[in-house]
Design a protein around this ligand. Structure first.
Ligand code: TYD
Length: 236
């Protein structure tokens, strides 16, 4: 497997072409950002911690019959993934109110959301990722009604698998963000599923175990990521 030229560099991952047009190399970097890129840092080990958890969750989803872009691991911070046509949607599933829903709506942090709430943002930096609704998604031709139905169904399936798994590890899955891509008419879960893209609360203490540690500046991000990665992957 030869890693060829850089195709795309996001806020925390770099994507490379390979000799196989059906496969990409995705490298998780040590960069971390928040608040639309206003806060930025580079933290040693962050890339490999997020890669490890993402690879673990992709494996767990595959075992549960959910298709993901993950193919194989190259090293601690790098994986091979399917080359998909990405759908520019950020699909957020919320089980407990936190973050932007608390900021923008009259709902108290910690309120259980049952059934879970799906919120979909437009992945478009120039417009600061505005929230969409189904009609806007069709008007902007971001997906068809059939695709959107499948996307929501997969997102809720992912939520069930991750929520049950994390519950068994003493962790509440508060919310998380997924991105999807298509290949030959099949929709796959893409991107990452890591501490950067989820909110995780310790069930006993309520402590944040995710990127909120960085957003709030209230703790040592890497110590916290190490601890939660161990809990998720090794169960202790
Ligand atoms: P949300 O509360 O909407 O935004 P913020 O992270 O700015 O408080 O986020 C809900 C979840 O989705 C949270 O776990 C972080 C994740 N997320 C991303 O990974 N990337 C994004 O661009 C957004 C908006 C959310």
């Amino acid at each position: 497997m030869k890693q060829l030229e850089l195709l795309y560099s996001g806020k925390a991952k770099s994507v490379y072409r390979t000799e196989n047009p059906a496969e990409l190399v995705i490298k998780f970097r040590d960069d971390i950002t928040a608040f639309d890129g206003e806060k930025k840092d580079t933290l040693a080990d962050k890339g490999s911690l997020n890669a490890g958890v993402s690879i673990f969750f992709f494996g767990l989803l595959e075992k549960n019959g959910i298709k993901t872009h993950y193919i194989r691991k190259i090293d601690d911070s790098t994986m091979v993934a399917r080359n998909l046509t990405m759908i520019p949607l950020e699909v957020i599933v919320r089980n407990i109110a936190a973050g932007s829903i608390v900021k923008n709506y009259p709902i108290e942090k910690g309120t259980p959301l049952n059934p879970p709430v799906i919120v979909i943002d437009f992945k478009d930096d120039t417009h600061h990722d505005p929230m969409l609704n189904d009609d806007l998604i069709y008007a902007l031709k971001l997906s068809t009604p059939d695709e959107l139905r499948v996307i929501k169904q997969i997102a809720l399936g992912v939520n069930n698998v991750l929520r049950d798994y994390l519950d068994g590890r003493g962790i509440d899955l508060v919310d998380f963000k997924l991105e999807f891509g298509k290949k030959d008419g099949i929709i796959y879960v893409g991107d990452e599923i890591s501490m950067d893209s989820m909110r995780l609360w310790d069930k006993k203490t309520g402590e944040s175990l995710d990127k909120d540690v960085y957003r709030t500046g209230l703790g040592d991000v890497i110590t916290s990521y190490h601890r939660v990665a161990r809990r998720i992957i090794d169960g202790h």
